[in-house]
Design a protein around this ligand. Structure first.
Ligand SMILES: [Zn+2]
Ligand SMILES: [Zn+2]
Ligand SMILES: [Zn+2]
Length: 328
């Protein structure tokens, strides 16, 4: 378990009336003009000739000040009796989606969503090649109940030196399926889902959006590349990048407009950098809206009571996407 006392001191821009107010924007470390409020950037897309850590960017990535993980590879151990503690090792970054304080991904220009995806790829590749990095996780929290502590839309990246437990189960399952069937379980799932069609939300030339058969929560939605690829870092820039941006944005827009802008989390699951799972694993994005509070039953048993059938949530989102999709 990672213990992170720093996180208790995160700033809170959601409290009471300051939300959406000018005051909140004045204090926002992610708004243009406030670059000095963050640690120096590790990546920014800005016009040529513009100085680093100034204005003029459209994507900016900075180390997370309130990180749960620290990049020192020799995490210090502390012992006190039978208690043992080691600082969590890793890098933690914030990827600011756009200079606009109030523009969620669903409303950004499509080109800007593609730039956000490009930043994901750039930082993913940067960390995945690092010798001590086992796992690179990119995630997005929307809304206070989903854990977003700052209003300005941003994603987070964690590069950690261990395999995340929730992810290890999925990886083990994929390995087991591959051993038994010499096939990728995710490719097989895509085939089955496309044949059944009832849980498909959206498809374009490179991605399929669907409600998984064993959805844990109402409106849980997955976005998966059609091409078998284990690592998100291998996203094809000309074909897959625009298609991924389209699938992600339309799904988020359908969610926002169809379900009254619910809080949500999404995260990208990608093969661990050092694992030999190129044939068995298949990267994907999992989107989990927060429409109900996980009750004691779910937390205690690990079993999920799903009040909306995945076929019904897929039909609802499918219809919504047809309404919100603009002609390209
Ligand atoms: Zn801002
Ligand atoms: Zn596959
Ligand atoms: Zn997954």
């Amino acid at each position: 378990m990672a213990v992170a006392t720093e996180r208790a001191r995160r700033p809170d821009s959601f409290s009471q009336a300051v939300k959406e107010s000018v005051a909140a924007r004045d204090l926002c470390p992610f708004c243009p003009g406030h670059e000095a409020m963050t640690p120096p950037e590790v990546l920014a897309y800005r016009a040529p000739g513009m100085p680093a850590n100034g204005e003029g960017w459209w994507i900016r990535v900075v180390p997370n000040l309130y990180a749960a993980f620290r990049p020192e590879p020799d995490g210090q151990e502390q012992r006190a009796g039978r208690f043992w503690q080691r600082d969590a090792i890793g890098a933690c970054e914030v990827l600011i989606s756009s200079p606009d304080h109030r523009a969620p991904t669903s409303t950004l220009p499509r080109r800007q969503v593609e730039e956000m995806v490009q930043a994901y790829v750039d930082r993913y590749r940067h960390h995945a090649q690092n010798a001590w990095v086992e796992h690179v996780l990119i995630l997005y929290n929307h809304g206070r109940p989903a854990g977003a502590s700052l209003e300005h839309p941003h994603s987070q990246l964690y590069a950690i030196g261990l395999e995340a437990p929730a992810f290890a189960d999925e990886l083990d399952g994929a390995r087991g399926f591959y051993r038994a069937n010499a096939a990728c379980v995710f490719c097989r799932t895509l085939e089955d889902e496309r044949r059944a069609a009832t849980r498909i939300v959206f498809e374009n030339e490179a991605f399929v959006v669907f409600a998984p058969y064993a959805a844990r929560t109402p409106f849980e939605t997955w976005i998966m590349p059609r091409r078998h690829t284990a690592s998100f870092g291998d996203l094809d820039p000309s074909r897959e990048k625009p298609a991924f941006a389209e699938a992600l944005q339309l799904t988020l827009r359908a969610l926002q407009e169809g379900l009254n802008d619910p809080p949500f989390n999404y995260f990208i699951h990608s093969a661990p950098a050092k694992a030999d799972v190129a044939d068995a694993y298949h990267w994907h994005l999992e989107l989990i809206p927060k429409l109900s509070t996980a009750a004691g039953f779910e937390l205690g048993t690990g079993m999920w009571i799903n009040v909306v059938k995945p076929e019904d949530s897929a039909a609802f989102l499918r219809e919504r996407i047809q309404k919100v999709a603009e002609p390209a």
